[in-house]
Design a binder for this molecule. Structure first.
Ligand SMILES: NC(=O)C[C@H](N)C(=O)O
Length: 365
């Protein structure tokens, strides 16, 4: 279980300061249903909380500073919202897994349901940020803004990007125009939909992008949206945490990437692990070599659900377009990236193993 840290109203100045920050002056902050917005921050670790001083073994260590430290380093937050925070876990997000992501989703949903919380912000490592954010997008049934933010440089690096990302993330979370958009990911000045965003660069600060561009950007301290997320999310999502009560993990789904000459025995090996679903990541439009298709068909015959996805970053794996999905009884993954397809398939398998219904979920979510 992650370490739970009690509620903390985060001071932007030392706690014993005679004039603790965290209570914005009326007029500084955008009206949020006529109130000063109250943003709750959940810390999970990542490079945004990383420190170069904390390790000699590698360049830096992720997940060292507490979320309270992170907020305290950006005093400007106090003029935007009343900030409170808690630490859910303290990890490098490469260690993230579905049980912990479910715990995060449950906690974010609990917070979003509270009358004293207007928006929830999650600080997260960038490696698996897009998977956690998509799970929140599907499971947290709220119209309140839910924002996930990370950074590419540790907090003590020259030119650390965490503080400015955090500032923009709070600007987004604390603004009424961010309501009803599902889970948003803020990196730099850009605001992305959790469904679309992908980490596209291994090391640069501008590491994230969306195939059709960001939903909007923060300019002049204000979020400005150009697009709306089209697929179902948040309050309109077909999934909900109540239906998952008692589950501490989701059905096992593996992602299998085909490269030239990949042995089809790998498919059988994945089935032998007990996988209930396989996201096949093929070249081009999600193409499947014949010998791999034979193995996937064997898997399908035992009830494993196969989703066709592409290793190409942009474009759509359309049902029956370049491949006979109907004949093989596969699900076409559309324009969802393979790692998000894995999240959606795992959730879908908690509801049904009917491929027509799962196809519909992929078409609508
Ligand atoms: N930039 C980062 O946050 C990378 C780090 N490995 C993490 O995901 O926690």
């Amino acid at each position: 279980m992650p370490d739970a840290v009690a509620d903390a109203t985060t001071p932007a100045a030392p706690a014993d300061s005679p004039a603790p920050a965290g209570s914005p002056a009326p007029g500084d902050a955008p009206a949020f249903d006529g109130r000063i917005p109250r943003v709750r921050v959940v810390g999970t670790g990542g490079t945004i909380a990383g420190s170069s001083a904390a390790t000699t073994a590698k360049h830096y260590q992720a997940g060292v500073l507490t979320v309270e430290d992170l907020l305290g380093a950006v005093p400007q937050l106090a003029s935007l919202a009343t900030m409170t925070c808690e630490q859910l876990c303290q990890i490098d997000s490469v260690e993230m897994d579905l049980p912990l992501q479910l715990t995060l989703a449950r906690r974010v949903a609990e917070l979003a349901a509270r009358d004293d919380v207007d928006a929830v912000l999650v600080t997260h490592g960038t490696d698996t940020l897009e998977e956690s954010a998509y799970l929140l997008h599907l499971l947290v049934l709220t119209d309140k803004p839910v924002v996930v933010v990370g950074a590419m440089r540790p907090a003590d690096a020259p030119g650390a990007d965490g503080p400015s990302n955090l500032l923009n993330a709070v600007r987004v979370a604390a603004h009424p125009s961010s309501r009803g958009l599902g889970t948003l990911v803020v990196v730099g000045e850009e605001i992305h939909s959790a469904r679309e965003v992908r980490k596209e660069h291994a090391s640069r600060v501008e590491a994230f992008g969306s195939p059709h561009g960001p939903l909007g950007e923060v300019t002049g301290g204000v979020p400005r949206y150009a697009h709306m997320p089209r697929q179902l999310h948040g309050a309109a999502s077909a999934y909900d945490l109540e239906a998952l009560e008692g589950l501490d993990d989701l059905p096992p789904v593996e992602v299998l990437v085909t490269r030239a000459g990949m042995p089809s025995a790998l498919v059988d090996a994945v089935v032998a692990t007990g996988a209930r679903g396989i996201v096949h990541v093929g070249p081009g439009a999600g193409n499947v070599p014949d010998r791999v298709a034979e193995a996937l068909d064997r898997a399908r015959a035992t009830g494993v659900v196969v989703v066709r996805s592409s290793r190409v970053a942009r474009g759509t794996v359309a049902r029956g377009d370049a491949y006979d999905d109907q004949g093989h009884d596969y699900v076409a993954g559309g324009d969802l990236g393979p790692y998000k397809a894995r999240v959606l398939l795992a959730l879908a398998l908690t509801v049904t193993d009917d491929t027509a219904r799962i196809q519909d979920m992929f078409d609508t979510h």
